[in-house]
Design a binder for this molecule. Sequence first.
Ligand SMILES: Nc1ncnc2c1ncn2[C@@H]1O[C@H](COP(=O)(O)OP(=O)(O)O)[C@@H](O)[C@H]1O
Ligand SMILES: [Mg+2]
Length: 324
Amino acid sequence: MVLSELVRDSPRTQPLPLSVPRVKAPAGASGTSSPAAAAQPVAPTAPSTAADCGPVFASAGVAGHRVIGLLGAGGMGVVFRAIPPGGGPPVALKQIAGKQCDELRRKRFAREAAATAALRHPNVVRLLGFGETEDGGLYLVTELLEGEDLAARLRRGALPASEVARIGRGAASGLGAAHDAGIVHRDVKPSNVFLCGDGSIKILDFGLAISASDTRLTGKDTCVGTPAYMAFEQIRASRDEDARTDVWGLGATLYHAAAGRPPFGTESRAVTFARITRERPDPLPEDVPRWLADVLVQALRKDRAKRWQSMAEIGVALALGAES
Ligand SMILES: Nc1ncnc2c1ncn2[C@@H]1O[C@H](COP(=O)(O)OP(=O)(O)O)[C@@H](O)[C@H]1O
Ligand SMILES: [Mg+2]
């Protein structure tokens, strides 16, 4: 089954009303929280600041939801904190405005909804709804997570090995569930790993996910992701990403968490691509314990056959290392 069929068929997807009059913004609801994660995805591009989303945000209403804040803006769209139609606890509402909603984005967004709908796991954000907005755009509603994404956390510095292992195990568990369902995330990076206030870890953003039976969307789909965390085979546009591609993404993410910088530096996209293709990851700082360095190096092997072969494998390696 292709992911777009899953959107339609999944009993867990509860489409929300599509043509609901916009609700006036309450006084003061002008988006005070700053956008998270300065992600620099290869494609597609989207507004990255609250100001960029001006007209959308100013409307303060999307598909009957009352927008009360900005949670983030990444490669796909803008994510708002919003009150659902009829009231109740706030939710996270991700939106691509109609004018930005070309066919490729439309399909990607549908796949994101389908992949999220297909997964019900404690380490994966839960989908609540998906639909079309008044202006011909698309929106997706997920449970609102309180806390911060890992990219925001890492802007304050690296994390101790025990915390890196804990985050890695949670993320591996969520990604393992996706792989069991035949879904490869393809965009594992700090801004897509969420650290909840209660200590739990959630995987977000299946916007680039692909399932075993999906067709590749277009030629533009050959090289997608964020350079610093992209796997060797993604840089080579091999178009055969598998679970081990996410092992690399998780390795690069945890490397950044342990070292305070990604494994192949932060230079331009071209330099990063070249370094991923030809070089080994930069040496980890000396205070990173040997067991963690070994786990990370094995996640970042260019030859997929030499990497951890599954999320279960890397999860166990992190658990054993943290106990040692
Ligand atoms: N359910 C949520 N609860 C809280 N914050 C969220 C939620 N979903 C996304 N965010 C925030 O918004 C950011 C962008 O969301 P994401 O789904 O990754 O969009 P994009 O595809 O644009 O990268 C995330 O990095 C995170 O900080
Ligand atoms: Mg994201």
